[in-house]
Design a binder for this molecule. Structure first.
Ligand code: AN7
Length: 359
């Protein structure tokens, strides 16, 4: 059977009826990839898996929430959708809106979103408003606009987004046959960690899993309101996707961390970029910088001896899942900046061999 997308696959767990028109690009069913490099770094008896959400149709986890948000918008008779975005939400919203024949309007912080994401919104024919303000200000404006006009807001304050995104947790449990022991995820606006925890707790109540994971969220140090416990007026980080100072799902993140005995922690830009390069070089996985925050968190915790203090399951490895939220190709400029640029060479075999280290 071909994969039918997350709404058909998890229909029983989602707020849809037979009357809901399903708008799908066949999102979900993303690889849960074992990482030998990270397992070794995490320590003996630990298995690390990468949930490669960058392999969704528009290159990020947002598609899980967007298939549902757009389907419900069509069901409700909406003709236009609106979002503020650090890039991936706008890419996803504009693609799903195109598919559904809806208008899309996206507010982006000018100059602060990655090129790949901007190109997506533009090519999918969104009305793009490049605003001279940060994401938090854009979201506040979008919320007001949605109250004053007949447009459907598809940021994660729209509960259908959270419902769709919880399917990431379902897939992880379905593949592993249980919940992971630890679930590590990047956190920006905090919709995703809220959704993932909802997914795990629903599976737990349905007895599809017998234990819940410990949820560990990672923010960039310059954009870590949940770690500091206060709004950050001018957040900064190289990981533009999570450059957010006032997360909309603040309470959801705090609840997930508290109920699961986990936490929200910070990683520096240096640690993020180190993890970003390591994933690409040693695992062959190209994830965007914000996604590497979960892996940066893993490496940081390993360095602190955290996993030595975690209670080990009997008869199997400690299982850790790192969510890689978006594809590396979203931000090609960052990739090129992160390594030494190639020198321009004459078309001479000897010069080229010398430059690439072949003797
Ligand atoms: C790659 O697109 O907020 O904590 O406007 O693109 O659920 O916000 C993106 C967020 C992590 C954080 N990784 O997720 C947007 C936006 C990537 C992201 C996050 C985002 P949330």
């Amino acid at each position: 059977m071909t994969w039918p997308g997350i709404i058909e696959r998890y229909r029983a767990h989602l707020p849809v009826t037979r009357k809901t028109p399903v708008v799908t690009l066949l999102e979900g069913n993303t690889p849960l990839l074992h990482s030998p490099a990270l397992s070794e770094r995490a320590g003996r008896g630990i298995a690390v898996y990468l949930k490669c959400e960058g392999l969704n149709p528009t290159g990020s986890f947002k598609d899980r929430g967007m298939t549902l948000a757009i389907s419900k918008a069509v069901e409700a008779g909406s003709v236009a959708v609106l979002c503020a975005s650090t890039g991936n939400t706008s890419a996803s919203a504009s693609a799903y809106a195109a598919r559904a024949g809806l208008r899309s309007i996206v507010l982006i912080p000018s100059g602060a979103i990655a090129l790949g994401k901007l190109s997506q919104a533009l090519i999918h024919n969104a009305s793009v408003a490049a605003v001279d303000a940060n994401f938090d200000a854009c979201l506040a404006i979008a919320r007001s606009m949605a109250q004053q006009h007949r447009v459907t807001l598809v940021n994660s304050v729209n509960p259908h987004r959270i419902e769709g995104q919880k399917t990431c947790a379902f897939e992880i449990c379905d593949v592993l046959g249980r919940a992971p022991d630890l679930h590590l995820t990047p956190v920006g606006n905090a919709g995703n960690i809220t959704a993932q925890w909802k997914g795990y707790t629903e599976y737990f109540r349905l007895r599809k899993i017998s234990r819940l994971p410990v949820m560990l969220g990672f923010q960039a140090q310059g954009a870590a309101p949940l770690v500091l416990g206060r709004i950050i007026k001018q957040p900064h980080t190289v990981a533009t996707a999570i450059r957010i100072g006032n997360p909309a799902s603040w309470q959801g993140a705090v609840t997930a961390a508290a109920q699961s005995h986990g936490g929200i922690r910070a990683v520096t830009d240096r640690e993020i970029l180190h993890a970003y390069r390591l994933l690409a070089r040693e695992d062959g996985v190209f994830a965007e910088p914000a996604s590497a925050a979960s892996v940066a968190g893993l490496l940081k915790l390993a360095g602190q001896g955290f996993f030595k203090r975690v209670k080990r399951p009997a008869g199997r490895p400690l299982t850790i899942v790192c969510i890689l939220t978006g594809h590396g190709l979203k931000d090609p400029e960052r990739a090129v900046k992160s390594v030494r640029a190639p020198a321009l060479l004459a078309p001479s075999i000897s010069a080229i061999c010398k430059a690439v280290g072949l003797r």
